[in-house]
Design a protein around this ligand. Structure first.
Ligand code: BGC
Length: 261
């Protein structure tokens, strides 16, 4: 538990499912007030809110498309209206779909870029403006991926968006460090989430992923949420512009694990 988080407010984009859901829960356990954003399917978001509020937390669910200015603004407005401000903004919403690049449609490219990269820009911009206007040392956490570093054929748009998140994170961390605003990223590897459910339900595909993970299991959303809570708290006060890899060693070139090469 991080006592400095107590009573503070977070926005978690894409907070109803998968990693975002685990982060929302963890921050509520840290006694933060949480705006849980979802785009479609209000069910899980409303259910999470109900559970968290019953458990003594403070959460609300807000529908918004993070790829639009009005969408991210409505998340900030909800934080201010319901909880009196904003301290932590987590750009977690993301999407992916497989396509060979020579067949990838412009529409799919733009959809992925819009949520994964433009959404991160818009969310960060909204949070920074709030922090500057209130002279607040807020934090921003961007959900990246091991594929900000590892090329991923048939997911070129996804990898490009995450590569963009990396340098965007570093750039704005530098730009606003003097104002006391910290910006970091988290790069999860293979995590058991709805995005991956189908893939890991197939034993062969699951094994081929496990072969890429030195720690030898598929990560849990809670293990990513733990990094988010630390980055949100003052325990990470000297950390900005960095990416924490939560990937069981996936980014360590596991093919070389026996000294081959
Ligand atoms: C993707 C997952 C994938 C993992 C490792 C993540 O960024 O969302 O689908 O399993 O990277 O390749």
């Amino acid at each position: 538990m991080y006592s400095d988080l107590f009573g503070k407010t977070a926005v978690v984009t894409g907070g109803s499912k998968g990693i975002g859901n685990a982060i929302s829960r963890r921050l509520a356990e840290e006694k933060m007030s949480v705006v849980i954003n979802y785009n479609s399917g209000s069910g899980q978001a409303e259910q999470t809110v109900e559970e968290l509020n019953k458990a003594g937390g403070k959460a609300i669910a807000v529908q918004a498309d993070v790829g639009t200015e009005s969408g991210v603004q409505s998340l900030l407005d909800a934080a201010v209206e319901h909880f009196g401000g904003l301290d932590v903004w987590i750009n977690n919403a993301g999407m992916e779909n497989r396509a060979q690049t020579h067949e990838l449609s412009l529409e799919d490219w733009e959809k992925v870029m819009n949520v994964n990269l433009t959404g991160v820009f818009l969310g960060a911009k909204t949070a920074i403006n709030h922090y500057l206007a209130h002279n607040k040392k807020g934090t921003i956490i961007n959900m990246s991926s091991v594929h900000q570093r590892i090329p991923w054929p048939t997911f070129a748009h996804y990898a490009a968006s995450k590569g963009g998140v990396k340098l965007f994170t570093e750039t704005i961390a530098l730009e606003y460090a003097k104002r006391g605003i910290r910006v970091n990223a988290i790069a999860p590897g293979a995590i058991q989430t709805p995005i991956n459910a189908e893939k890991f339900a197939d034993p062969e595909q699951k094994q081929s992923t496990l072969n890429l993970i030195p720690i030898n299991y598929i990560g849990k959303p809670e293990e990513v949420a733990a990094a988010a809570a630390w980055l949100a708290s003052n325990e990470s006060s000297y950390v900005t512009g960095t990416t924490i890899f939560v990937d069981g060693g996936m980014s360590l070139y596991p093919e070389f694990s026996e000294g081959n090469g």
